[in-house]
Each structure stands twice: as C-alpha cells, then as structure tokens.
Write a protein that binds this ligand. Structure first.
Ligand code: AMP
Ligand code: MG
Length: 333
C-alpha cells in the first residue's frame, strides 16, 4: 500500500492561483508554485480571475507533482483557501479541491486565507507578535489573545495594496502596481502634504487617494506623488502598529501580506522597533505574497486536529467571501 505523507495546499482567493505540498512528518514545504494574474493596464475583474484559476488549476497541480515526484496516491488531504476573497476565485478553488478530495477519497480542509498569512509567520521564529498584515485587500493590526486572532486596528475603507494599485492605475501602471511605485518613490524629492487619517489604531486611504489624484491633475511629478504616498501611508501603519505594541505590552512585530515586501515600509518598521526595544520579524518574500505554502502549512495543523470535511461530507463544505479573521475559533493552537 502507498504511504500517504503529503498534504496539498491550494491558494485561490484573488489574483494568485498556487499549489504547494508539505510533508506531514517533517512539516517541510516541498514546493510552492503559483501563477499570478497580471495586467498591463487596468485592474482586476473578479470573473476573469475565476476563469484564470479554472484554466490553470490542473496544469499547476500536475507541474507540482512532477517537480516533487509525489504520486497522487500519497496525498493525505487537500487544504484550500475558502475565505475571505473574491467569490468567483474562491468558487473555482473549491471546485478543484473538492474534485481532488472525492477522486482520491481524502479529507478537505477549509483554511482562512488571512490566518494562513499570520500562521506562516511562525517560521521566522516569532512567538507572540503583533502582526501588521498589509496585503491587497486586507490591512489589519492583529494579535492572538484568548483562542482568537483579534483585530486591534484596521483600514476603514481600502486595503493598503488596493489603494497603492488604484494610485498606480491613475499613473498608467498595470497590476500589481506596488513594486513599480516603490521604485518610482525612490526618485521622489519633494514631500507633498496629504491628509494623515488615523484614529486610534484604525486608518483609511480613500481620502489620500482622492488628494493624490487631485495633485496629479494639478501637475505634480509622479515620483514626488509616489514618495509622498509611501511616506504618509506607511507612517500611519507604523504608528498604528506601535500603538498596538504599547497597549498590548508585546515585544515582537511580525509583517505579513504583499505590501510588506516594500523596503521602505520594512525600514520604517525597523526604526520603530529599534526605538521601542522590540524585535522585527519579516517572513521570506515567497510567504509574504499570496501563496499556497501558507495554506498547506495551516491546513496541516488543522488536519492534525481533525478540523476537516470527510470525502463523504463534501456537500457541507463551502466558501465564504467575507469571513473575518476574528470570527475563526483557533482550535489548532
Ligand atoms: P497579496 O494580496 O498579499 O498577495 O499582496 C499583493 C499586493 O501587494 C498588491 O496590491 C501589490 O501591489 C502589493 N505589493 C507587492 N509588492 C509591493 C511593494 N514592493 N511595495 C508595495 N506594495 C507591494
Ligand atoms: Mg493575501
């Protein structure tokens, strides 16, 4: 009989479709591959992203099997990012995961994408951090207290990544805009006054976006706009994170989400942590951006605590576009 020793992870919540395998015994991530929907111009249309996932799923799965030399029969369970995210994307991921679960008669683990971003941070060695989670759609200051990941601060409108991507689109840059804006900001010299909306540990970005567009139409240089955008919005995030560290009495800051790839944001966090005597933890880039390894990593923990659907009860498993981080009971810790 073939020994089952590998858990398959699938990421599908938005622009990225990813496949990963983790080894059950060693908890080693054996592969972490993905295909990211990008644009030259314009933004992301959810139904197009869904179609992208549907087309690429089987191909990427086969590629991961080839890469790792894993036999399909060795897969012990399949974990899929089932919440939160864009409905057409979650739907395609769930359809594919259920197909694998029923074909190989293996359990299905439904993983919350945001919590997966946080849990993979453990690999950095952080023990009890405040998490600054800055991705496309999500911007939250989170810490673990009493069996849940509690949200201490968050954006009241756009996620920081979506905000940066919208700003980039105004400058004629396609998706994802973040990395190009970062390069542009390095050439900026003039700091333009824009609003600084932070209330307690909550932030908002739509007002800044409107102001940036206004300044662009008045003829301000795009490099100065990018520079001012980064300095202002990142300062807000660092201030909110510092407030959370102070109130919670915690000594570790962990970064998560794609915007945490930004070297200026990392630098600002480093300065704040040094001044407070805190330690900063930054996961590898492949684990900051949306990825399937984090789904496999948390999926394995949940599988070991038997938090899954058996292949005969797949009709009970569903996706949830709006599940909040602080609703999920963390029963695997
Ligand atoms: P995620 O949703 O976590 O995969 O992160 C994707 C988001 O991260 C997109 O909005 C990107 O524009 C943004 N992003 C990626 N790299 C950078 C960067 N270097 N600076 C700012 N934003 C970035
Ligand atoms: Mg994400």
């Amino acid at each position: 009989m073939v020994k089952k020793n590998y858990l398959l992870g699938i990421e599908c919540t938005a622009h990225t479709f990813g496949i990963s395998f983790i080894e059950k015994k060693t908890k080693k991530i054996l592969c972490n591959i993905k295909d990211v929907f990008t644009t030259e111009k314009g933004g992301l249309i959810p139904t197009e992203l869904g179609k992208h996932h549907m087309k690429i799923a089987e191909f990427l799965f086969k590629k991961a099997l080839e890469k790792t030399k894993i036999n399909e029969k060795e897969i012990i369970a399949v974990a899929v990012s089932s919440s939160p995210g864009l409905a057409p994307c979650l739907k395609e991921g769930m359809i594919f995961a259920k197909k694998i679960s029923s074909s190989f008669k293996i359990p299905l683990v439904c993983v919350n994408h945001c919590i997966a971003h946080l849990e993979i941070g453990e690999l950095t060695g952080a023990k009890d951090p405040v998490l600054l989670y800055v991705s496309g759609a999500n911007t939250q200051i989170i810490a673990y207290e009493g069996k849940k990941y509690r949200i201490f601060g968050e954006t009241l409108d756009l996620g920081i990544g979506n905000f940066i991507d919208c700003f980039a689109r105004e400058l004629g840059i396609g998706f994802p805009g973040g990395p190009k804006i970062e390069e542009m900001a390095k050439k900026g010299k003039k700091y333009l006054e824009i609003s600084y909306p932070i209330k307690g540990m909550d932030v908002s970005f739509s007002g800044i976006l409107a102001k940036l567009i206004h300044l662009k139409n008045k003829g301000e240089k795009k490099e100065d706009l990018a520079f001012s955008m980064q300095e202002t919005s990142f300062a807000m995030l660092v201030e909110a994170a510092e407030r959370a560290l102070a109130h919670l009495g915690k000594k570790e800051l962990l970064l998560g989400g794609g915007v945490a790839c930004n070297s200026r944001l990392q630098e600002m966090c480093k300065i704040m942590c040094k001044e407070r005597g805190c330690k900063l933890f930054i996961p590898e880039k492949q684990f900051l951006l949306d990825n399937a390894a984090m789904i496999a990593y948390l999926g394995l923990k949940m599988f070991e605590k038997k938090i899954f659907f058996k292949p005969e009860e797949l009709n009970k498993a569903d996706f949830n576009p709006r599940e909040r981080t602080d609703i999920v009971k963390v029963e695997w810790k």
